[in-house]
Design a protein around this ligand. Structure first.
Ligand SMILES: Cc1cc2nc3c(=O)[nH]c(=O)nc-3n(C[C@H](O)[C@H](O)[C@H](O)COP(=O)(O)O)c2cc1C
Length: 249
């Protein structure tokens, strides 16, 4: 793609959901261009783990930049079963999706979307998890089907990240843009005082799941993004040092 391609104003939404599924909460995505009063959305007790003691190379950086870097460093993967109520309210969800909309996007194609799975649709998601297991293993035991279905109840906020084919951008660029959108959401959740996690797996590719999510043929569900309140923040994990993954020609 021409790297100088201009981004047209986002007037059409070619990858909008065909129709809202019954019971899907409208979080006002049409308002995502509006500035979010982030500070008033923030919970009072953020589950921030202390940043790693070394390896970030941020010793000489102070003020807001240091706080932002510390926030980035403090994000940890939280399993959905460790994400408890309260989850983000409607305004906070708008802030999460607003952060996603800030992702770099070559050609401004928005080659991705998110499908929220609200509380009243978790049973349907559980049934899809069980059906997905049966697709993979027609002899799955009832206890395993039950366990698969139970996963749908975890995390107060759950959305599926979906990527869309687009001849105007290579697949890796589209996936990268979705990855950036997801990371923006995770960091926004952290900034709002929530924990978050990504979960993937073969169930996302199952016919039953595709039906539930009403995916079009040119769409693929990549992972779930889960957000909620964390009771025990996880300790920082040792991060790779820049010297381990940066070379200079
Ligand atoms: C696309 C994607 C899918 C992921 N799926 C899972 C998953 O299914 N289960 C899981 O435990 N973690 C999953 N993760 C999270 C990673 O396991 C996690 O980021 C890694 O353990 C590093 O931990 P950290 O995020 O706390 O640094 C996924 C991450 C990405 C980027």
């Amino acid at each position: 793609m021409d790297s100088a391609a201009a981004c047209a104003p986002h007037v059409a939404a070619p990858n909008r959901a065909p129709a809202a599924a019954d019971g899907v909460v409208d979080v006002g995505l049409e308002a995502r261009g509006a500035p979010s009063p982030i500070t008033s959305l923030r919970r009072t007790s953020p589950p921030l783990a202390p940043p790693p003691a070394s390896g970030t190379g941020t010793a000489a950086i102070a003020g807001d930049a240091a706080a932002t870097l510390a926030l980035i460093a403090s994000r940890r993967q939280c399993s959905p079963r460790r994400l408890h109520p309260p989850g983000p309210d409607a305004a906070q969800q708008r802030a999460l999706f607003g952060a996603a909309a800030s992702a770099p996007d070559h050609g401004c194609l928005t080659p991705w979307r998110f499908i929220v799975v609200p509380a009243q649709r978790r049973a349907a998601l559980g049934a899809a998890f069980a059906a997905a297991l049966l697709e993979r293993d027609p002899r799955a035991a009832p206890a395993d089907l039950e366990a698969a279905a139970a996963k749908a109840a975890h995390a107060p906020f759950l959305a599926v990240a979906v990527t869309r084919d687009d001849a105007l951008a290579p697949a890796d660029e589209r996936l990268l843009s979705l990855g950036c959108a997801l990371q923006n959401m995770l960091l926004a959740a952290q900034a709002l005082g929530f924990g978050s996690g990504l979960v993937s797996g073969p169930a996302l590719r199952a016919a039953a799941m595709r039906r539930l999510l009403r995916l079009r043929d040119d769409e693929r569900a990549v992972c779930f993004v889960a957000v909620g309140s964390v009771r025990e923040p996880r300790a920082p994990r040792p991060r790779p040092r820049p010297a381990d993954f940066v070379d200079t020609i």
